[in-house]
Write a protein that binds this ligand. Structure first.
Ligand code: PXP
Length: 239
């Protein structure tokens, strides 16, 4: 079964638009879990424009499912991780001002860096995942970093889904098969939504987890958070 982790960055974006604490990020995380989410994901960025470091500390106290923190492994980020000790860290190669994650790691170029960071995280018994595109050379190299999992960057799948979904998914199926052969667990995320999720989850072998933020929180405006989470869960469980 593939787990649904809800990325709550957008809740923080909305809160930050006005100052104050509405909507309350901590309350939202608790509600997501009550409504069936199997994990909570946050992505604190260096400018703290959505999730703040303080939110991460507050969330740690209440999250009872899997807590996944994404980010570029800067010194400050890794210090936060050591303090909070989430279940999983997803490393992304984002430059500091990136609007959103838009590329996977080049595991050939950054092999030594990733190895060192991952070794440090594993000493703290934190599961690691690294954000990856479907390039097979990069995926094979990912295994050498020592990471437990990879997170497949699904934006290209989502972009092509409505044109030709068989073609859109093909490289992801191969990438997942290779990753599995290399002993890597498989997560996925970015631009997954109520339209494209079911086909993805049905066709990708060994898919352990998806993290979904933008579309899910946007859908919640129309359907409500509880209904929306149930709708996403049904897309994952009907396999
Ligand atoms: N995975 C990573 C690494 C991300 O940066 C994001 C966006 O913060 C997501 C997954 C979720 O993407 P979306 O918000 O499009 O669902």
């Amino acid at each position: 079964m593939t787990r649904l982790s809800v990325n709550i960055n957008k809740i923080a974006t909305l809160r930050n638009a006005r100052g104050g604490n509405i909507p309350d990020v901590v309350k939202a995380a608790i509600s997501c879990e009550q409504y069936g989410a199997e994990g909570i994901t946050v992505h604190p960025r260096p400018d703290e424009r959505h999730i703040r470091y303080r939110d991460v500390r507050d969330l740690k106290k209440v999250v009872t499912t899997e807590f996944n923190i994404e980010g570029y492994p800067s010194k400050k980020f890794l210090e936060l991780i050591s303090e909070v000790k989430p279940h999983q860290v997803t490393l992304v190669p984002d430059p500091p001002n990136a609007l959103t994650s838009n590329a996977g790691w080049n595991t050939v170029r950054h092999l030594d860096f990733l190895k060192e960071v991952i070794e440090g995280l594993k000493k703290q018994e934190i599961r690691t995942s690294i954000f990856m595109e479907t390039d097979l050379e990069m995926i094979r190299k990912a295994a050498e970093t020592g990471t437990d999992r990879i997170e497949l960057y699904t934006e290209p799948y989502a972009a092509e889904y409505h044109l030709d979904r068989e073609q859109a998914i093909a490289p992801f199926v191969t990438a997942a098969e290779v990753a599995h052969q290399e002993g890597l667990g498989i997560n996925a995320g970015h631009d997954l939504d109520l339209d494209n999720l079911e086909f993805f989850a049905r066709n990708i072998p060994h898919l352990l987890e998806v993290s979904i933020g933008h579309a899910l929180i946007s859908d919640a405006l129309y359907y409500g958070l509880e209904n929306t989470i149930q709708m996403y869960l049904r897309k994952l469980k009907k396999q």
